[in-house]
Design a binder for this molecule. Structure first.
Ligand code: ADP
Length: 240
């Protein structure tokens, strides 16, 4: 018993160490960019205004990226230490998703992507509204991020007597078969070729989505993924 306890402790310690190492690695690149960009700008005092504006643009973009990574890391650190106590209340999935879709519309519009929400009937689950909002925003954001311009992203809410299902479908390139078992792991990003134009996430979105699903006794799975697109299913069990 003692040995197995020690083994588990050492595995947890190793996991924590890896988390710290990966987190520092993710923060290093944007920080290096911010630093280099400001140093280069300040090295000469007589640059044309346009050059300063370009530099500030880069510094701003990288700072936004840094804040996002730090916020994601914070969520996961709190998840690990079980500090976050979810606030369970009645949440209407149709309203929640309408909200998530509304806030992501501008990103979709940027890529000329049609973002549609299909709701069969009003469906309530017991959940933490802000965490569920984050779960679905992460999935919809990915769908937009990885899909080609001019495609369609559809969010479908349906229910049976015992389950409520939310599907997030896109017409993107699909997830490589060898990546399917890894996409929910922390810091995992798909192969560079597929992610070429969108490689600006830290690979934390799906780990966070999965943690939130688990907190709600919900499941999250990839129900299909091929060259025609990817569908993520989130299933809640309904107690009536
Ligand atoms: P990030 O989006 O920051 O890369 P995620 O944890 O959200 O991190 O996703 C992990 C990886 O899973 C992504 O890098 C991508 O390769 C793959 N992925 C996630 N969602 C999709 C999607 N809708 N279509 C294709 N690939 C996806």
């Amino acid at each position: 018993v003692f040995n197995s306890l020690l083994d588990r402790l050492s595995a947890a310690f190793e996991q924590q160490r890896q988390f710290m190492a990966d987190a520092s690695h993710e923060l290093r690149t944007p920080l290096a960019v911010v630093r280099a960009e400001s140093e280069v700008s300040l090295a000469r005092r007589d640059r044309p205004a346009g050059e300063y504006i370009d530099s500030l643009d880069i510094v701003r973009e990288e700072s936004v990226r840094l804040s996002q990574i730090v916020e994601d890391l914070f969520i996961l650190a709190r998840a690990d230490s079980r500090q976050k106590q979810p606030k369970f209340e009645v949440v209407y999935l149709d309203e929640l998703l309408a909200d998530a879709v509304r806030s992501l519309r501008v990103l979709a519009a940027d890529k000329d992507i049609e973002l549609s929400l299909v709701v069969a009937e009003e469906t309530a689950v017991s959940g933490d509204e802000s965490l569920l909002h984050r779960l679905f925003s992460n999935l919809i954001h990915n769908a937009i991020k990885f899909s080609p311009n001019g495609s369609i992203v559809t969010v479908v809410v349906s229910r049976t007597a015992n389950t409520a299902v939310v599907k997030v479908q896109d017409q993107g390139p699909g997830i490589a078969v060898e990546d399917l078992q890894n996409v929910f792991k922390r810091f995992f990003r798909g192969d560079k070729v597929r992610n070429r134009d969108v490689g600006n996430g830290a690979g934390l979105g799906l780990s966070i989505a999965q943690w939130i699903a688990e907190l709600h006794n919900a499941t999250i799975e990839i129900s299909c993924s091929d060259s025609r697109g990817t569908t993520f299913d989130v299933k809640f069990s309904l107690q009536n």
